[in-house]
Write a protein that binds this ligand. Structure first.
Ligand code: SF4
Length: 267
């Protein structure tokens, strides 16, 4: 079956199961509120082995995992080793320390964590977004004090917003943040690392594009790891970002054979 046909077919099944409408499917907040994060809910759609269900149960106790309805529709439910499925099923029950935030070695680039929330939680991720079971954005006063400190560090040329995923901030908060960053005269470049266009393309709204456009140019570092993540909705989201003046730089994450093997142990 053709890729988009399969997506549409699986989308219909999800909508029916969640008793939701097409209008809700187009609403990014609906997707966030209806993410699948329990093994039994997932098993309603994907044929999961007993070992996979047990793995998911164990993982749920230690870390967050969640799949947007959009991303679930993009997975091929009939393929046990579907490459999109491999990216979202937690194959280890612990998070990995080693979060690359703060200043880089040359002290010219600062990676600023603004939230620990992501639309989905990836199996390979080593960032702090998966630590703790509660999703929260960085408090405004902490954000302001960090920006004040960065304004004193004249060597810094670039600020990159990292995850969590800054595109999940409200448009008002993101607009404020980008405006404050632009006030720091030695900052020449602003970027956002994001999986949102691939896993929640509905978030790329006209309002968000307007914020990016007026704060631009913004480098959007996407993590599109597989061609099948380029659904029609994702393609449109990327076009909208480009039309809003964003510079798209895709930096795919390669899953290692060891990681894949860890998951296949569950089968
Ligand atoms: S979206 Fe990015 S930060 Fe969030 S879980 Fe996936 S890899 Fe980690």
């Amino acid at each position: 079956m053709e890729r988009n046909q399969k997506y549409q077919q699986q989308k219909s099944i999800i909508l029916k199961h969640l008793q939701a409408s097409e209008a809700e499917w187009q609403d990014w907040r609906w997707h966030l509120a209806n993410r699948i994060s329990s093994p039994l809910d997932l098993a309603h759609f994907l044929p999961l082995t007993e070992k996979e269900i047990s793995l998911l149960r164990n993982a749920s106790a230690h870390r967050r995992w969640a799949i947007t309805p959009h991303y679930l529709a993009a997975i091929d439910w009939e393929q046990p080793d579907d490459p999109l499925k491999l990216q979202v099923l937690p194959w280890r029950d612990k998070t990995v320390a080693g979060c690359p935030v703060g200043l880089d070695k040359k002290e010219t680039r600062y990676l600023l964590t603004v939230t620990n929330q992501c639309a989905i939680y990836c199996s390979y991720c080593t960032l702090t977004c998966q630590q703790g079971l509660i999703e929260r954005h960085l408090a405004l006063d902490l954000l302001q004090s960090t920006l004040n400190a960065l304004a004193q560090q004249k060597k810094i040329r670039e600020i990159v917003l990292v995850g969590g995923d800054a595109l999940l901030l409200s448009e008002r908060r993101l607009e404020w943040l980008l405006r404050e960053i632009r006030k720091i005269s030695h900052i020449r470049s602003v970027g956002i690392v994001t999986r949102t266009p691939a896993v929640l393309p509905q978030r790329i709204t006209a309002g968000l594009c307007q914020v990016l456009n007026q704060s631009g140019p913004i480098n959007i570092f996407t993590r599109i790891n597989h061609p099948r993540e380029l659904t029609l909705a994702t393609q449109q989201a990327l076009k909208d970002l480009v039309a809003a003046g964003a510079i798209i730089i895709n930096q795919p994450v390669a899953m290692t054979i060891a990681q894949r093997t860890d998951l296949s142990v569950a089968n």
